[in-house]
Structure formats: structure tokens, C-alpha cells
Design a protein around this ligand. Structure first.
Ligand SMILES: Cc1ncc(C[n+]2csc(CCOP(=O)(O)OP(=O)(O)O)c2C)c(N)n1
Ligand SMILES: [Mg+2]
Length: 308
């Protein structure tokens, strides 16, 4: 069966994130980047599935693990690589590093939980503007331990705001497994505020795309916030070398790798072509970034573009 354009594109997007992140992890020990970094290896289907359903002008709020969200949003790989390297050609002129990426209607912030009041505030603004735009806010399981999360959910529900909360439960907050971190049920944290949700334990980008569409159409219809709980797994360390997980557990989840799952929907030759195209794109992005001039300190206080 010939490969459908939709399957091709979903695989290409996931492969771009995978190879970008693997390259970051390879290059980090060589001291090529400023600050820290958190990669999205293993979680690609979430960003690609959910964000394939956004419209122009929708706002995406991301966290410390933002590269995959940014690339799936449509951000430039060249500009992301350059940002990590602190170059003028970076998304934010090399001033933000890995965690504070801002471009168009995309906002990432490394303060755990701090993203949620920002997302809710922007959703209030969008509701008032009445243009039908929505906010997509990604958060991790560990973020359920931050008190501000619940103030934000309360306001979003009370005011019927157009925000979809995309909880990516990768079963760890840094090195702390969920069972040492979380009392009670995840879903209850949303239903307590009357926020409807869909919960899924899948790495299939097509399933996640359908869930994302449901979430986005709910919030766009004016029916108030919606949550999705996506149980997932990260294959790489929390940040760089800090992995204390049992290798057998990592291997177990690797069997559910979202890439081969989607890759099998492409014919073999097409899949290889995608991989070749992406390989060149990633190599070029890091090569160009390395050759770009360093960030200009006189621009440090210049405001970023975007939300006003
Ligand atoms: C307020 C605050 N406290 C602590 C940290 C350090 N920190 C960065 S990521 C992280 C764990 C995040 O866990 P989770 O929300 O599950 O996201 P994941 O890293 O698993 O994607 C912590 C504690 C932080 N960034 N901000
Ligand atoms: Mg987590």
C-alpha cells in the first residue's frame, strides 16, 4: 500500500525530534551548549500528535522539556540548535538557552508549574479577544506536586477558559518515580475542578492525534478547559547523565517506541528516504549553528517578540 501523506508527515516530524535530541545528547559532553537541557526522546508522539491539530494563532505553553513541542509547533531546527549554542541566530538571539524558548505564540518556561498561570492568563486573554483561539499547555507528572497547578486549574474551570492541559506522565520527576511522588489518582486532580479528560497509555501518534483533536475542539467550542493524561516514557536521562532507572525497565518501554510503530505505516523505501532527509537536516542545523556569531550581550534586555 502506498504511504499516505499524513503518515509520512507524522513520521517525519517525530524523526526530526528524535534525531535532534539524540544529537544534543551526543554533543553535550563536548561543551558545545550553554546551560542545561532536557530531551524528549521517547515522548515524540505526544507533541506531534497533539500539535498537528492546532490552528494559526493558537498559543502553546511548554516547560523545561520543550524542544519536541517547539519543533512540532513548527519552530525552526536551525534556530533551536543555534539557541542551545548561544548564537545570535538562535530563536531568542541566543539569550534563552534550552528551556526558555519563545517564538510567535510558543512560550516555554523552566519553572515547574510556573507555566500554568501563564497559560491560564493567556487563555483569559484569548477568551476576551473572542477570536476562537485556544491555549495548549504541556505539563509533566512531577508538576502535579506544585501548588500553583491547582490554583490554575481552579481559575481555568471557574472562568470557562479555552485551555487544554496536556499532562505527559513519563512516570518520573527527575529521578523520583511516581509512586514516591503522587498520592491518589491523576484524573481526580482534574475532575475535582469539573474539568473533563481523556486518559490514554499509548505511544501511537494516530491515537494521540485523535485525543488531541477532541481536546482542542472541546476548548475551541467555548465549553471550558479540557485535560488529557498521556502515559508515556522518556528513553534518555532526565537531563544529561542523571539516569538511575533500572535498565530493564527502560528496555521494556523501548519496546513501545513510537517511531517504529509509525514507521511501519510507511513503505520501506519511503521510510529510509525520510530518515536520510532528516539526517541531513539535523547535521546542517548543528553545523550552521556552530558557525554563527555568539549572542550579543547588548541585546540582553531587549523584549522578545510575541504575546503583547
Ligand atoms: C519550581 C521548580 N522546582 C524544581 C525544578 C527542577 N526541576 C526541573 S524538571 C523537574 C522534574 C519535572 O518532572 P515532570 O513535571 O514530571 O516533568 P519531566 O521532567 O518528567 O518531563 C524538576 C524538579 C524546577 N525547574 N522548578
Ligand atoms: Mg515526569
Amino acid at each position: 500500500m502506498p504511504t499516505s501523506a499524513a503518515d509520512f508527515e507524522l513520521y517525519r516530524q517525530m524523526q526530526r525530534i528524535r534525531r535532534f535530541e539524540e544529537t544534543v545528547l551526543e554533543a553535550f559532553p563536548r561543551g558545545e551548549f550553554y546551560g542545561t537541557t532536557h530531551t524528549y526522546v521517547g515522548q515524540e508522539a505526544n507533541a506531534v500528535g497533539v500539535l498537528s491539530g492546532i490552528a494559526d494563532g493558537d498559543v502553546v505553553v511548554s516547560n523545561h522539556r520543550c524542544h519536541g513541542h517547539f519543533l512540532a509547533y513548527g519552530g525552526s531546527m536551525d534556530a533551536l540548535a543555534a539557541e542551545l549554542m548561544g548564537r545570535q541566530t538562535g530563536v531568542c538571539g541566543g539569550r534563552s538557552g534550552s528551556q526558555h524558548i519563545q517564538w510567535k505564540d510558543f512560550y516555554a518556561n523552566g519553572i515547574l508549574g510556573g507555566t500554568l498561570p501563564l497559560a491560564v492568563g493567556m487563555a483569559l486573554s484569548e477568551k476576551r479577544a473572542g477570536l476562537g483561539r485556544v491555549v495548549i499547555a504541556f505539563l509533566g507528572d512531577g508538576t502535579l506536586g506544585e501548588g500553583i497547578t491547582y490554583e490554575s486549574l481552579n481559575m481555568a474551570a471557574l472562568w470557562g477558559l479555552p485551555v487544554a492541559f496536556i499532562l505527559e506522565d513519563n512516570r518520573y520527576a527527575q529521578t523520583t518515580p511516581l509512586r514516591l511522588n503522587l498520592a491518589g489518582e491523576m484524573a481526580g486532580r482534574f475532575t475535582a475542578f469539573g474539568i473533563p479528560l481523556v486518559e490514554a497509555d499509548t505511544t501511537d501518534v494516530l491515537e494521540i492525534q485523535a485525543i488531541g483533536e477532541k481536546a482542542i475542539s472541546h476548548v475551541r467550542s467555548g465549553a471550558g478547559p479540557f485535560a488529557t493524561i498521556l502515559h508515556t516514557y522518556r528513553f534518555a536521562p532526565h537531563s544529561k547523565g542523571d539516569d538511575t532507572r533500572d535498565p530493564a525497565e527502560v528496555a521494556h518501554y523501548r519496546e513501545r517506541d513510537p517511531l517504529p510503530l509509525q514507521g511501519r505505516r510507511l513503505d520501506e523505501a519511503t521510510r529510509r528516504d525520510v530518515e536520510k532527509i532528516v539526517e541531513t537536516e539535523v547535521e546542517e542545523a548543528f553545523r550552521r549553528a556552530a558557525g554563527a556569531p555568539p549572542a550579543d550581550p547588548s541585546r540582553l534586555t531587549e523584549p522578545l517578540s510575541g504575546y503583547a
